[in-house]
Design a protein around this ligand. Structure first.
Ligand code: 4AD
Ligand code: MG
Length: 432
């Protein structure tokens, strides 16, 4: 007998086929009629058991089924009698693979701590399933854009000897006789070596920040896509980022219509962002925030409340560019027009979703970069290889890093980052 995916049921009308999956829900309509909602990952379908049309023993099995039991069912797909365009499945025979005891996640509202403790099961909920599908789309859309635009995938190491984003958020791990290693905060420095071979490269993987922040936007382990390109300068760096993000928006809207509905995310709010992004300098932004009554100085960074104000009146993301060198990473290139500033930009998403990208043109002058490393108090020994890149064929180059979960939060409209990664890692959570 042919085994089909639930999503394809409409292609097998009036044929006897087999589906396999889990019982999302079951309902007794009468002593002779029972409904199951069966899901298999590809989709959900209503399965109907009507006693007069099946063997008594098969109907008894349907009656025994509990929520989240696994099963395989032989039966016939047909048009749903009440919902045009939908299908249901007429049950003939049931094989129970595993009869589940009472499922801990019920219909009543559970608190976040309870659900996070049950994360391994919570992942099956319709909302979580929708988020995971959009995560899949966002991930591949980013890769599709980069692959189509001349970027080669170049994997950077996770165990590293040095910091890229400051030493305060480093996770340290014992490393044999060599002392300590650190979990990567970003593959950027390695990508800068990669472009000298391949021109344009990207990596995509987990990175780690020992962030003390317990906010809706911080994880200790999150996924980053770092991209880096030779001969690309500041303006073009922003253009690439904008094009990529707009490609992701369009891809999510076109591939995840169903999931956006489940998440009650209006695609029009995303579509509005598919227009030229805004560009503000850091200084302009500080002036704007001050005009709104925020007590902030010209050497300050932004927190969540400031990010919300920045995009409060904008449907599109806002680039904040040209930051004071004091508050940005050592590798950013000085602005030739003003050596107190660096050619870095953060991209702030609308609707309060905060910083989704950090990027910059990179310092390509050997001595300037070396002095920045010394000023940071870093051990030059570990950065010698990085400085070599400024000795052997240094070229202007730029790159950026997308926080995958931040971007997914914006696409899905999910307010807390813990829901957009399968197993969130936060300062107070490592289980499950
Ligand atoms: O701004 P960040 O720190 O930039 C870098 O690491 C650069 N080396 C990237 C590059 O130029 N290749 O991090 C990039 C993005 C942030 O904009 C944010 O979206 C996300 O990573 N991010 C976090 N996401 C979740 N939890 C955290 N603790 C995050 N910290 C940064
Ligand atoms: Mg940043």
């Amino acid at each position: 007998m042919q085994i089909i995916d639930i999503k394809d049921a409409g292609q097998y009308l009036q044929q006897t086929v087999k589906i396999r999956g889990w019982v999302r829900n079951q309902r007794k309509a009468s002593s002779k009629l029972r409904f199951l909602i069966v899901r298999d990952g590809s989709g959900d379908i209503q399965a109907v058991a009507f006693k007069p049309d099946m063997e008594e023993s098969e109907f008894e099995k349907v009656k025994a089924l509990t929520i989240e039991s696994s099963l395989s069912i032989c039966g016939i797909p047909r048009e749903h009698p009440n919902n045009p365009g939908e299908f249901e499945f007429v049950i003939q025979q049931v094989e129970i693979l595993n009869l589940a005891p009472e499922y801990p996640i019920g219909k009543k509202a559970h608190g976040p701590e309870f659900l996070l403790n049950q994360r391994h099961l919570w992942l099956r909920a319709p909302r979580q399933n929708a988020i995971l599908k959009i995560r899949h789309t966002v991930y591949y859309a980013i890769c599709e854009y980069l692959n189509a635009n001349g970027f080669y995938r170049f994997d950077s190491p996770i165990l590293t000897p040095n910091a890229s984003e400051g030493t305060t958020t480093l996770f340290e791990v014992p490393y044999f006789d060599l002392g300590s290693a650190f979990l990567s905060q970003s593959g950027q420095l390695y990508l800068e070596a990669g472009i000298m071979s391949l021109g344009r490269v990207y990596d995509f993987g987990p990175v780690f920040r020992a962030e003390k922040s317990k906010t809706r936007k911080h994880l200790t382990e999150f996924w980053m896509m770092d991209a880096e390109a030779a001969f690309v300068e500041h303006d073009e760096n922003l253009r690439i980022q904008e094009e990529l993000i707009r490609f992701v928006i369009n891809t999510v809207i076109s591939r995840n219509e169903k999931e956006l509905i489940i998440l009650e995310r209006n695609p029009e709010d995303l579509r509005k962002a598919d227009a030229p992004f805004q560009r503000w300098t850091h200084r302009q932004t500080i002036d704007f925030l001050r005009s709104k009554g925020v007590d902030i100085g010209y050497l300050d960074d932004f927190g969540a409340p400031e990010e919300e104000l920045i995009t409060a009146e904008s449907d599109v993301p806002v680039f904040i560019e040209k930051w004071p060198k004091e508050i940005k990473s050592f590798y950013m290139k000085r602005d030739p027009a003003n050596p107190d500033l660096v050619l870095g930009a953060d991209l702030i998403a609308p609707e309060g979703f905060g910083e989704i990208i950090g990027g910059s043109q990179r310092e390509d002058d050997h001595d300037l970069l070396m002095n920045r490393i010394i000023d940071e108090g870093y051990d030059l020994e570990f950065y010698q290889w990085f400085l070599d890149l400024r000795k052997f064929g240094s070229v202007p180059h730029s790159g950026f890093g997308i926080g995958l979960e931040r971007l997914i939060q914006w696409m899905t409209g999910v307010r807390h980052i813990r829901e957009v990664i399968p197993f969130p890692r936060m300062i107070n959570r490592i289980l499950p």
